[in-house]
Design a protein around this ligand. Structure first.
Ligand code: MRU
Length: 353
């Protein structure tokens, strides 16, 4: 299954429409950067790595569509598109990372517009391929943390659907299962957009991994009863000290896990680590439309009274002190996270950025 794809023939980006799953597996094609920005905002495509790759393709697409005849004119056009792409969703740093990687080529290469178009598409393909390789590496390192018979709470969707393919935290669980370990997943439904109940449950069914869906607020119950061995989730942006922004509810889950001595692991590629931010309080948090909270129905009726208001932060910050380990493509990082993350970047300066 490939969540983000480039269609060579039509010169378009092909995405799984994640709004329709699990009822329908439909692919949509996007031929302009404006459409791609819309797809990211509306969460046709979602998950930090998947939107990072989509944004890179979005910029490459803008270049392919451009009729600019000079390098300067093309550069100007792409700068505007890059800005619009980066601001489509503010929390996941992969979005900025993907766009910046291409913009570096845009600003540095002294070539013809035609050559730059080729370079950008090539770069976007490379980012997409690397995403899969990186996920497989994290899966291998992370799966070593899982023991035969473990029950794992997983939050949001971090599988193939959240990446180009394979996944981050769910990729770890999938790898453990494929290596013959018996794992059982308690799937947080993940209010308000239900990425767990809709997407993670659907993926686990495809892979034949046993699971049960739980309401987000039941996690503490199972943790307290000793029915959970580990908690795994992904990340949308990690600060230099290891604080991590992830789907709303991750913080409460990590708190309840800590209180019950259950280890919490976050699985993040190094492209999700924002070393420019010293701590999680500096990470911008996306607030989405209140309708995502208010529009819920029960037995065919609106749940909330007419005129009710709502708040809808899409992410929260789990402080590094609640994490037991950070799984990256270079191995598992343990506390103290600030110095160990700094050493990681020192030992892999070129491959990471
Ligand atoms: O709002 P979403 O669905 O894009 O949020 C996704 C998450 O929070 C994931 O847990 C995160 O991107 C890491 S998974 C690869």
């Amino acid at each position: 299954m490939r969540t983000v794809e480039w269609d060579e023939v039509k010169c378009q980006i092909r995405l799984i429409d994640q709004r329709l799953l699990p009822a329908e597996l439909r692919y949509l094609s996007f031929g302009t950067p404006e459409e791609v920005i819309w797809a990211i905002r509306e969460m046709v495509v979602r998950g930090a790595p998947a939107i990072g790759v989509t944004a890179a393709y979005g910029l490459a697409l803008a270049a392919q569509n451009s009729s600019a005849v000079t390098l300067e004119a093309l550069r100007e056009e792409l700068q505007d598109v890059a800005h619009a792409l980066v601001t489509a969703r503010p929390t996941a740093v992969n979005l900025r990372w993907g766009v910046e990687r291409l913009m570096k080529k845009v600003m540095q290469e002294d070539v013809t517009p035609q050559e730059l178009k080729k370079t950008l598409l090539h770069e976007a393909h490379q980012i997409a391929e690397k995403d899969i390789q990186v996920n497989l590496r994290m899966a291998k390192y992370g799966a070593a943390l899982i023991e035969d018979g473990d029950t794992i709470i997983h939050h949001c969707n971090t599988g193939a659907l959240a990446t180009v393919d394979w996944g981050t935290a769910l990729g770890v669980i999938r790898y453990a299962h494929q290596s013959g370990k018996r794992v059982h997943v308690l799937v947080d439904e993940t209010r308000p957009r239900l990425q767990g109940a809709r997407l993670t449950a659907w993926e686990l069914q495809q892979y034949g991994i046993p699971f049960e869906i739980i309401t987000d607020n039941a996690a503490g119950f199972f943790l307290q009863r000793g029915e959970v061995n580990k908690v795994f989730f992904g990340g949308d942006r990690m600060a230099a000290n290891g604080d991590v922004a992830n789907k709303i509810g991750s913080y409460m889950l990590a708190l309840a896990a800590k209180d019950n001595d259950v280890p919490v692991y976050t699985v993040v590629p190094t492209s999700t680590i924002d070393r420019t931010l010293a701590h999680g309080g500096l990470i911008p948090i996306e607030e989405r439309s209140p309708e995502e909270v208010l529009d819920i129905q029960f037995q065919g009726q609106n749940v909330v009274p007419a005129g009710a208001k709502a708040r809808n932060p899409a992410f929260d910050i789990t402080p590094a002190r609640l994490l037991s380990g950070i799984v990256t493509e270079y191995g598992v990082i343990y506390p103290p996270f600030d110095s160990n993350l700094a050493s990681l970047f020192l030992s892999h300066p070129i491959t990471i950025r």
